[in-house]
Design a protein around this ligand. Structure first.
Ligand SMILES: [Zn+2]
Length: 317
């Protein structure tokens, strides 16, 4: 029904918004994708994973799509009579499952998908959403890597620069982009004030040590983003993996990351060579017993922060 309405609107050329939602973003000219090369999807046959769509406790109409811990994908899903808003996609099979599950349980289609950032593990199945007729939102910096990396993912139809609002059924959904970058230069924070719910993929953590060596890293913007999230004090924070998190978790994460930075830059300024420096960094130590991934991520985190500091500080010469 919704798709018919949308099509009719397009045919008569009226500047009316689509039926299920309105937004303050920019329409993407599909010509930018013309002739783009697309690589084969390496995860196309990766279907042997248990999936779920679980209600978020105490949050009406709000769900989370995911798979077993540590959850290779997860994202918020907002259900309204007019359709479903889905954040991120797992792989192709997971997205097909989610599309069918939403139809079966709620009798609606996915009408809007928000792609949090241009990393393939969060976008792989998004073509399924596009094929189902959903509009696709991404931050404008996501367009370049989607084309340049030849990603087999949905082509965004709506983009924005720093802030955008979507009115989806009864809900206002605020999309925020930190211009200094964080875990990507195309990251979106999604905030639903009426539900006090936040999607903060990969930047926020859930008593988990940040991933590996801070790939695609922008340290100052990461801290800015955490401050933005902490100021909102969300009742629930979906982090794109693992389990949902709290504001307190982000305060602890901010403490850890600033301590890591402070230690690495102090030792770097002392002139310690890498082999000596990393052995003297103990920022993760207080979280050894409580945070998932300490053994696997701790050393890589020091490497990533060292790389950032080494690339960005200048002394006297
Ligand atoms: Zn990522």
């Amino acid at each position: 029904m919704f798709r018919t309405l949308t099509l009719t609107t397009a045919l008569v050329g009226a500047a009316l918004p689509a039926a299920a939602f309105t937004h303050t973003g920019e329409e993407v000219d599909p010509a930018v994708f013309e002739g783009r090369e697309i690589l084969p999807d390496p995860w196309i046959d990766d279907c042997d994973v248990e999936r779920s769509l679980v209600p978020i406790e105490g949050k009406e109409n709000l769900y989370r799509h995911t798979n077993p811990f540590p959850s290779t994908h997860s994202g918020l899903v907002l259900i309204q009579d007019e359709g479903a808003l889905v954040i991120d996609a797992g792989n192709h099979c997971a997205a097909e499952w989610l599309r069918d599950e939403i139809r079966e349980r709620f009798d609606v289609d996915i009408t809007l998908a928000i792609l949090k950032h241009a990393h393939f593990d969060h976008l792989a199945g998004s073509v399924v959403y596009a094929e189902a007729g959903a509009e696709i939102i991404a931050q404008e910096n996501a367009i370049e890597p989607i084309i340049g990396e030849k990603m087999p993912v949905a082509e965004p139809t709506i983009t924005f620069d720093e802030e955008m609002t979507v009115t989806f059924g009864d809900y206002e959904v605020l999309l925020h982009h930190e211009p200094a970058g964080n875990h990507s230069n195309s990251m979106i924070q999604v905030w639903i004030p009426a539900l006090s719910a936040m999607q903060c993929t990969d930047v926020c953590q859930s008593q988990t040590v940040p991933y590996m060596d801070f790939l695609d890293f922008y340290y100052p913007g990461w801290i800015e983003t955490l401050d933005w999230v902490i100021e909102k004090d969300p009742g629930v924070i979906e982090v794109g993996h693992y389990t949902p998190a709290t504001t307190e978790d982000q305060i602890a994460l901010r403490d850890y990351m600033t301590e890591l930075y402070d230690q690495v830059i102090a030792l770097h300024r002392e002139g310690q060579p890498w082999d000596q420096l990393w052995r003297n960094v103990d920022a993760a130590e207080p979280y050894r017993d409580d945070w998932f991934g300490y053994e696997l991520m701790r050393f890589a985190n020091i490497q990533g922060m060292f790389r950032w500091v080494d690339n960005h500080r200048r002394g006297l010469w």
